[in-house]
Design a protein around this ligand. Sequence first.
Ligand SMILES: NC(=O)c1ccc[n+]([C@@H]2O[C@H](COP(=O)([O-])OP(=O)(O)OC[C@H]3O[C@@H](n4cnc5c(N)ncnc54)[C@H](OP(=O)(O)O)[C@@H]3O)[C@@H](O)[C@H]2O)c1
Length: 306
Amino acid sequence: MSVLNSGPVLLIGADGQLGTELRAALAARGITSVDSSRDGTLPQGDSARPCDLTVPGAVAALISDVRPALVLNAAAYTAVDRAESDEALAQRLNAEAVGEIGAAAKRCGAKVVHYSTDYVFAGDANRAYREDDAPAPQSAYGRTKLDGERALAASSAESLTFRLAWVYAGHSQNFLLTMLRVAAERDELRVVADQIGAPTPAHWIADATLRALDAGLSGLYHLTPQGQISWHGYAEAIFEGAVSRGLLARSPRLLAVTTADYPTPARRPAWSVLDSGRLDCDAGIRLPEWRQGLDEVLDQVAGKKD
Ligand SMILES: NC(=O)c1ccc[n+]([C@@H]2O[C@H](COP(=O)([O-])OP(=O)(O)OC[C@H]3O[C@@H](n4cnc5c(N)ncnc54)[C@H](OP(=O)(O)O)[C@@H]3O)[C@@H](O)[C@H]2O)c1
């Protein structure tokens, strides 16, 4: 029997980009999760269990109260640039709180699903990163996320961790929605062309998570779509798809720039391509090409506007 049907499912970070899609995927399977957010609210006005992960012991108390069979942790400190000057808070959320989740889950026999990032790698490889490649984070965010992976593993709770990259959806805050907003305001945009990755729709991650749980997977897996593109190429595809759906009247002029032309507080990996072959091999889960995901999310955005 899938762990999804063996007891309560606790969803932490239920109001985030991925949390929202996990909630939807669970609901589509008829599973009502116990949802938690920092302040006890959810976007559509639903209520959730309040839990501020910065408060030591808060998440452990929540877990021991709910006694879940499964904890899905979609919460994180995700402000990559801000983390450079706020590493202690990022460490608290991305590492210490994850260790607490693991320890509390272990005590009540729950499995934990957790999400990590391509930023654990240096980004200088010449092939797609595999799960057992040596991490070498170049940013505070990457360091704290790697510590989170390790804290969860050290808790010895049964766990499943996915490393993700370039996550987006038709809601929340992400590159796609930023591009659509600024394209409506400006005639010309500069976007970096020397960082390569695979844009990943959050609803694909949510679906793959449930399928992996049905398959009984544990351990560390990379989870990205097929193919790869630069941020500049991704922006081009966004504008093409947005114009064809009437989301934009016209495409702005798009200039390719280098990372050196566009300095940011955090160093980002130039090469964020992850090899998701282990997930395919172990559970037959293989995400389609990233462009198909973009079409699906742009259709959702266009559907909301109608
Ligand atoms: N986005 C990406 O491109 C990307 C790439 C690779 C990996 N990931 C990983 O994927 C996972 C999901 O990311 P996402 O894109 O869904 O992030 P997101 O939209 O920023 O969501 C983060 C969630 O964490 C919650 N949170 C932050 N501080 C909290 C606190 N003190 N107490 C309780 N909750 C708190 C947020 O709640 P509030 O709304 O209250 O702040 C929000 O629900 C994360 O583990 C992230 O590291 C993301």
